[in-house]
Ligand binder design. Sequence first.
Ligand code: PDD
Length: 283
Amino acid sequence: MSRIAYINGQYVPTSSASVHIEDRGFQFGDAIYDVWSYFDGVLADYSGHLNRLKRSLGEIEMELPISEAVLHQILLRVARLNRLKDGIVYIQISRGTAPRDHAFPATFVKPTLVITAKPVSFARIEERARNGVAVVTCPDERWARCDIKSVNLLPNVLAKQAARRGGAFEAWLVDADGQVTEGTSTTAWIIDDEKRVRTRTLDRSVLPGVTRESLLRIISGVGYTLVEDAFSPADVHAAKEAFLTSATTFVMPVVSLDGKPVGDGLPGSGTMALRTAYLGSIT
Ligand code: PDD
């Protein structure tokens, strides 16, 4: 079955869906995106991702091009048309199509709205969580507005590729002060012996993770304390556990960093408790 995409008001086979060669997303990366996981007919953390999408658009002087109610219907329809059971739903909104000029088009152009859906085996993610994943560190070479979920992802792409080449699942990016900012597409966390769960404070150096936000509400209920503070690779090596979060991995144990085991080198009990609590909380 060919996958179906939504593009500017039409549902078309993904294989024949296209954007204009002068789309500003294509030419300048002048576009915002977001990703929901989808299962049992539900877009997980729906409003968290919608709110972040609207915030990102606002930061680049754009707005949602359609009403929220219509958007919700389209997202669900794309999932259904693709007969999605488990998977992800992706949205991208660019500033639209105009003759190439770095500055915004002088007159209003219609934004380009694309929505796609992709099956992802949650059983496979579960299996990965049972084993945990390897992470490597890379210098954070991104721009100064990583809080905006824009499609400018070249440094993320290069670091993820370096990780894959090194047999790792993810790269954790390290800033000029030697502190971990986040993963290329995930939020970074550690847990110490005192049951303190640590992740970086939100500022322009990281994406405000929606899974992060949901997890913050769960941590104390599982018997842990939250510390919002940066940590270094050395802190990861001294930690009891480490994990990463995102819409596509949920809560994923990290069992090694740069080839050295984290804690005892196995998925940690705190991480797994948080994973179970998070999965149970998804609405
Ligand atoms: N990535 N940090 C970065 C740089 C990300 O790209 C993401 C999400 C996260 C985690 O955010 P959330 O918990 O809201 O998914 C953190 C998505 C999954 C992606 O790019 O595909």
